[in-house]
Design a binder for this molecule. Sequence first.
Ligand code: PFF
Length: 432
Amino acid sequence: MDSGGRENFGSRAAVIMAMAGSSIGLGNIWRFPYMAGEYGGAAFIVIYILCSFFLSLPIFFSEAVIGRRSRSNAIGAMKRLAPGSAWTVLGYLSVITPVIIVSYYSVVGGWSVDYLLKSFSLDFGQFVPTGPKVLLFNTVFLAVSAAIVALGVKGGIEKFSKFSIPLLFVLIVVILVYSVRMPGAGKGTEYLLRPDFSKVTPRTFAFALGQSFYSLSLGMGIIITYSSYVHKEENLMVSGVGTAVADLMFAILAGFAIMPAVFSAGIKPDAGPGLIFETLPFVFTRMGEASPLVGTAVAVMFFLTIIVAAMTSSISLLEVGVAYFVEEKKMKRPLACIVVFAIAWLLGLSSVFSQKAFGLTDAFSSNILLTVGALLVVLFVGWKMKKEDVRDEITDGGTRPGNGKLFPVVYFLIRYLAPVAVLVIFFSNFFL
Ligand code: PFF
């Protein structure tokens, strides 16, 4: 605890693990591999890396500046940094968006729990995305996520992330090693890597940037909230770069774990739920016909990976609202967790029972809410906050001369390039 009675993450590793936990999720597993393949292979990957470092990271730093400067939940942060101004809207948006996202994100978590159980018999049957059974598994997934958050920043989020991020990397590497050795796997690696510049259009940039945003959990108060638990002496820039590198590595590893197996089975890749819950079960069943033990083991590892990856993201989504209720409404943490759980669960009923609602919630939150949130964040830090305060955070109170040298570049990116880029992705949703 620090003097304000708030908890802090215990170490730099803990900060990076928690932030990487939020970043690494379904986006890395079901969207990145497919996008890389469809939008130009290695060419897309290079564009994605450039977008991540030159555009997403400055947005990440902006959220981190707001969080650590205010040492507050997202709404409290705006009240402290811009009292009595309309900027509180940014705070409210940052608390509402993650609750909406977690309401459908946990539905996928629920499907994964169901599929983990099915993996033991390798009998997946038809994919049923809605209905009472989905409600049951969604409730379990959301309740476990909320229970971890209830254990606290250190005792819950930090502990769980420190254990699960290394586990995720081990699991994905084991699956990858198996996958690339399957017959005909080369076509999958080729799909991911063959640079195809003819597929590089303005759309490619918009998609790469949008994906990099989603993947780094930007624009929804998460980095604001998590950074409010980062110690004053901690190197904010190193934490950001560490998170971005971990997120990128996991996305690429996931690509090489999934696509070779998909191509080896002779099926076309797909994005979204179809890839994980229809295509891959078919691959696992085929593996199981050759060797039941191997098929089961790979399927179990795979769905466990999805569950853990989705859960570290869900807990970050829940924490934003929980921090708000604890600090602004003076609730005890367990009660705040129950309240946020209940709101997310109720909102999630629409996604549990209607695929159309699921799709709309995803599209509305990922394309609109998240982009508006990110735009307001960079405008706030670049144009409203005092430059010296921003420099103070980026250089950790002036103690990092290295960060100080980079500051003008980071500040330029925050002030000019990032807002333009966010506007571009926002409008590309409607026009491209
Ligand atoms: N970053 C997570 C992923 O790539 O799956 C998803 C996510 C988590 C999106 C948290 C948004 C968010 F606020």
